[in-house]
Design a protein around this ligand. Sequence first.
Ligand code: KDG
Length: 326
Amino acid sequence: PPRAVTVGEGLAVLVARSGPLEQSAVFDRGAGGAEANVALVLAQLGVSTAWVSRVGDDGFGRYLVAQLAAGGVDVGAVTVDPDHPTGLYVKERGSGSGAPHDLPAHASRMHYYRAGSAGSALSPADLAPRIAAGLLDRADLVHFTGITPALSASANELTRTLIALPRRGRLVSFDLNYRPALWGSRVDAAADELAAHVRGADVALLGADEAAEIFGTGDPAALRALFPEPAQLIIKNDKHTVLAFDGDTAVEVPALALEITERIGAGDAFAGGYLAALLHGVDPRTRLRYGHLCAAAALTATGDAAKLPPAQEIRRLAALTDREWA
Ligand code: KDG
């Protein structure tokens, strides 16, 4: 099977059942972190996948590692850091009651508890140990996101190192994942770092809305003009159509019509599906369908990590005619 490595922070997730936090008494525990979510999708789709990360020497860290391992992800290059705790985020979910501080139904808000976390202690040194270096050497693809450079100076340095490593045929994929809450007032630095990663990647995935926020345009043609470098530039728009520039050609595939439960994690599931299909040698249109099918699994659940239907079912659905798909 093809081999992939994802690099980035994992987070424990506490998902509020519903309503504003001051009224939410019950939380479901889950695993999150964009690159961990992508790793889980890749592994479910038959890609031999490793996750390079750091977790604290604590219960949430052990839980995360166990979840990834149970999902078939190689966790041999995850460092347990005794000096920093595992990061956490709380997912607040709207009930649409109209009560003060409540969000609309199906809307959600993230609250990070991750300053000084083990993941923010990621640095170029995490790529150097024998296990991590060996995994990277043998990988067909390495994936990271715009969350990591926002975490700390050392994590930013890690992403610069990662993108500058000799490729030897290995693809680099980068998901923009612009998180203003992590960058704070460092908007110019964010734009510079993130643009450099889009330019340096072979496959870049961008949400039109986040691209508009940080690069000043969400228009696909304008974004392609701004970023001619990545062989594959994938733009997800707010109407849930995804357009992929593959070299000089453009392919567009609409999302499936479905009732959304909760959105966070859907972008990661899309990335995982698209990249797995790419690694399996599938054509551009079908890759986008894989992305949408995996995103659908995340959109119809409250957790971040997508539990997919069996791979042969995904393969069958991805092969529908255009009429059946619509
Ligand atoms: O894409 C989902 C991620 O945003 C979530 O899992 C948490 O990694 C995360 C982050 O930093 O936002």
